[in-house]
Design a protein around this ligand. Structure first.
Ligand SMILES: Cc1ncc(COP(=O)(O)O)c(C=O)c1O
Length: 405
């Protein structure tokens, strides 16, 4: 079959593939523990549900404007004022089908074929594929010092005449690393001097630990929004556990937002009005669910890190936020795909191979499930990997026998 050049280069999202694998095994009744997930298990805020239900009850569910309904833009403007200390106009806001679509249309609005977009590595799996969808090139920058905290020096080495933009995701998926204010200040200054776009993927910015507070990228620029090439992306998926609602947004200068809206208008039109109403409910409603999710995640992180530190062969950096931990398993197995497959086959624990995020020998482990998932999942992994483990393990009434070294 003849497919387009672009189609041939795009691979399926590994995390979505894993979700499918998990649901097939669970459907068969296998006691799978999903440490590969990227969504909180808490309930959607009641304000979001009521707001959608009220609109549904009108019986009139119509097309929404390509760039979002006024009520959601208003809620995003208020959010931007509260969390970013920045007053913006409705023309500076676009509401999209998840932060994913907001990032995608931002890239489509700014990248020409062959141009480059830089991001620190490890990186979110979709960045390279999104760049390819624009005919552009994603350039991953691995910090030279072996940490998960990039320095401006690392990025500068990779900037060239084709570089058009930098994308920063902090706290980061998959490492959980939250970058320092100094680093973000340097990135803003550098982008302004080199006239580069800066996309801030802030989707996890409120899910941070150890007393850290979200900070605003706008603190580091003197430019007004119309002169600025900063595009801030955020959404309701992670912080309000509303992944299935598919609502995200971007804030930027009017010209870039208008271009994004033109693209989105032909792609999908505006996101469903019902789901936008839900996002309005979440953003304007009672906020306690965000803090309660944040606390649960911090507790789960502590438990997971303590348990991983008890493995002889695992090296782990404590995540500052998100619900992921990116641990080094090279002492057990150099190929992250092999290791991930072994863990699902032998002990029914789902993990994401680090190579999918640009770093071989690591696994991404999520702690967004229940504490029981975290503890049982890591216990099963330890049993599978530690040569000193007892020969047998019971999962419910299933007996597993270690027949590997
Ligand atoms: C770093 C990062 N950015 C963006 C997204 C997309 O979020 P949404 O569900 O709003 O499309 C995700 C989701 O996993 C993510 O991890």
């Amino acid at each position: 079959m003849s497919l387009s050049q672009i189609a041939k280069t795009i691979s399926a999202s590994p995390t979505l593939k894993l979700n499918e694998k998990a649901s097939i095994l669970l459907g068969k009744g296998d006691p799978v523990i999903h440490l590969g997930g990227g969504e909180p298990k808490s309930k959607v805020p009641m304000d979001a549900i009521l707001s959608t239900a009220a609109h549904l009850n009108t019986g009139e569910v119509r097309y929404a404007p390509a760039d979002g309904i006024p009520a959601l833009k208003k809620a995003v403007i208020r959010y931007t004022e509260e969390f970013y200390g920045k007053l913006v106009a409705p023309e500076n806001v676009i509401c999209s089908g998840g932060a994913k679509q907001a990032i995608m249309v931002a890239m489509q609005a700014i990248l020409n074929p062959q141009e480059e977009i830089i991001y620190p590595s490890p990186y979110w799996v979709s960045y390279p594929e999104m760049a390819k969808l624009c005919g552009a090139i994603g350039v991953a920058v691995l910090p030279e010092d072996g940490t998960f905290y990039p320095r401006m020096y690392d990025i500068e080495q990779r900037v060239g005449s084709y570089t058009k933009a930098i994308i920063i995701n902090s706290p980061n998926n998959p490492t959980g690393a939250m970058y320092s204010e100094d680093f973000i200040a340097d990135v803003v200054d550098y982008c302004e001097r080199r006239d580069l776009y800066l996309i801030m993927d802030d989707i996890y910015h409120r899910l941070i630990f150890d007393g850290k507070k979200p900070f605003s990228v706008y603190k580091f620029t003197k430019r007004n929004i119309e002169e600025s090439k900063i595009i801030v992306v955020n959404g309701v998926s992670k912080q309000y556990a509303m992944t299935g609602f598919r609502i995200g947004w971007a804030v930027g200068n009017r010209k870039v937002i208008e271009a994004m809206a033109n693209i989105q208008g032909h792609q999908t039109s505006g996101p469903s009005v019902l789901l936008q109403k839900a996002a309005v409910g979440a953003l304007n409603g009672i906020q306690s669910s965000v803090e309660s999710l944040r606390c649960t995640l911090e507790n789960n992180r502590n438990v997971m890190i303590d348990m991983l530190n008890s493995f002889e062969g695992v090296k782990v950096t404590k995540p500052d936020g998100t619900f992921y931990c990116f641990a080094d398993f090279r002492a057990y197995e150099k190929s992250s795909h092999k290791l991930s497959n072994m863990l699902i086959d032998k002990v029914l624990v789902l993990t994401v191979p680090g190579i999918e995020f640009g770093l071989e020998g690591y696994l991404r482990l999520s702690y967004c499930g229940t504490i029981k998932d975290v503890t049982e999942g890591i216990e099963r992994m330890k049993w599978a990997l530690d040569p000193n483990s007892p020969n047998e393990l019971y999962i419910g009434d299933r007996k597993l026998v270690r027949e590997w070294a």
